[in-house]
Design a protein around this ligand. Structure first.
Ligand code: SDX
Length: 372
């Protein structure tokens, strides 16, 4: 089946996604995404993904302290961010910085469980700082250094905007990151596992994942969704816009899913209510256009929105620049990627599928001077 559709590539105890009784199911280490969305924090979910169980109060406090201590960047990385061209896509910046961080780790090739956990915590902690710093530098603004007294999501918004976010803004981004943290063998996670299966270092695996996420058929969709919402501009133009696109055979970004076929992505239910809450509190514009697009796509194509669709109006309402949307996805997904790399190292066999050959039959070599 093309695109490895429905091919089971490995055993994993990290995440279960399924369609059961007409519902999309998503569980991290056995915990339903709706329970985690209602009760958990991103730090607690990152701990769950890395260690396999929910933390005790003390374990969570210690984990949050470790993350907070690891947020700052070495001077060399700040130098890199200063010298990269301001037009560089922030996801290209993130994968470049990840590679540079690896080059500075003299234990880069150590893959013991403890060392892999340590490297994972460092990357989970540093991803938000890389993104916020690059945005401030390219905007000609002073760097806003990380604060250890703010939670993961709040600290990112603080570094990005230069002021403390409201409780609602911080809670909304925290929830968004929980929803983006993990999703079984999606393309970027699978890329990370393939690299890890060769026993490449964790930085190489995360660079592979970061590069893969940028594609518009994967994490890059959310930025395209926002470009679409801006083009539509008002809710009453959504139906004609969608109809014309579909009539031209074009895809509507933020819709459809390889696994959640004809059922709602469970994350979308959470993100849509999050977007509605933000719309009521701050600005209804993007949510109203999004709802009109959702109705039109279902009417003309029977497709449902995926995780990237309502993320766009959440991020726009949080004042996040369009080209940082995929980076927000990565800031959430880094914990899932690291969990999968560690799981691959611990029960490894080189990932090497076969191809169905459809090229020319065997033929004899034609010397150069006998060719037409
Ligand atoms: C993510 O895998 C994961 O878990 C990913 C993710 C995660 O958490 O890691 O969930 C995150 O990447 C979500 C997906 C973000 N991408 C987009 O929103 C891009 C737009 N969506 C599509 O390109 C598509 O739906 C995919 C890539 C998501 C899934 O594609 P499939 O499973 O390969 O489906 P397909 O291309 O075979 O399409 C099946 C049919 C086709 O119609 P026909 O040609 O058979 O008539 O559905 C149509 C497609 O044309 N279709 C769409 C469409 N998605 C599918 N038509 C219009 N717009 C769309 N978005």
């Amino acid at each position: 089946m093309s695109g490895l559709e429905d091919v089971v590539a490995c055993d994993s105890s990290i995440c279960r996604i399924a369609v059961e009784d007409g519902r999309g199911i998503l569980e991290y280490r056995g915990y339903d995404i709706h329970d985690l969305a209602k009760n958990s924090s991103y730090e607690e979910v990152a701990y769950l993904l890395l260690f396999g169980d929910l933390p005790s109060k003390r374990e969570l406090e210690k984990f949050k302290e470790e993350l907070a201590m690891q947020r700052s960047l070495p001077a060399q990385i700040i130098g890199l961010l200063t010298h990269l061209p301001p037009f560089t896509h922030p996801m290209v910046v993130l994968r470049t910085a990840t590679s540079y961080l690896g080059s500075m780790d003299k234990y880069i090739h150590y893959k013991s469980h403890e060392m892999s956990i340590e490297k994972s915590i460092s990357l989970i902690a540093k991803f938000p700082t890389v993104v916020a710093y690059f945005h401030r530098i390219r905007s000609g603004q002073n760097l806003v250094h990380p604060r250890e007294d703010l939670d993961h999501a709040a600290n990112f918004l603080y570094m990005l905007h230069g002021e403390e976010p409201t409780e609602t803004m911080a809670k909304c981004l925290d929830l968004d990151m929980i929803l983006h943290a993990e999703h079984e063998l999606n393309a970027s996670t699978f890329a990370a596992r393939i690299a890890a299966s060769t026993l490449a270092d964790i930085y190489a695996s995360i660079v592979a994942a970061t590069g893969t996420l940028l594609g518009p058929l994967h994490g890059g969709a959310s930025q395209k969704v926002m470009e679409m919402l801006r083009e539509i501009a008002v809710p009453w133009r959504a139906e004609s816009y969608v109809r014309e696109k579909l009539e031209k055979g074009e895809r509507i970004m933020g819709f459809g899913h390889r696994v959640y076929r004809r059922v709602m992505d469970p994350r979308t239910l959470e993100l849509k209510s999050l977007a509605k809450r933000l719309a009521e509190e701050r600005n209804p514009k993007w949510y109203e256009i999004s709802e009109a697009v959702e109705e039109a796509v279902y009417k003309y194509k029977g497709l449902l929105p995926n995780v990237d669709f309502y993320s766009a109006s959440v991020y726009a309402t949080l004042g996040i620049p369009d080209d940082l949307y995929v980076n927000i996805f990565a800031i959430g997904r880094i914990s899932g990627w690291c969990a999968h790399v560690i799981e691959q190292y611990e029960n490894n066999r080189l990932i090497r599928p076969r191809a169905n050959y459809i090229g020319p039959e065997r033929r004899g070599y034609i010397p150069f001077d006998e060719r037409p």
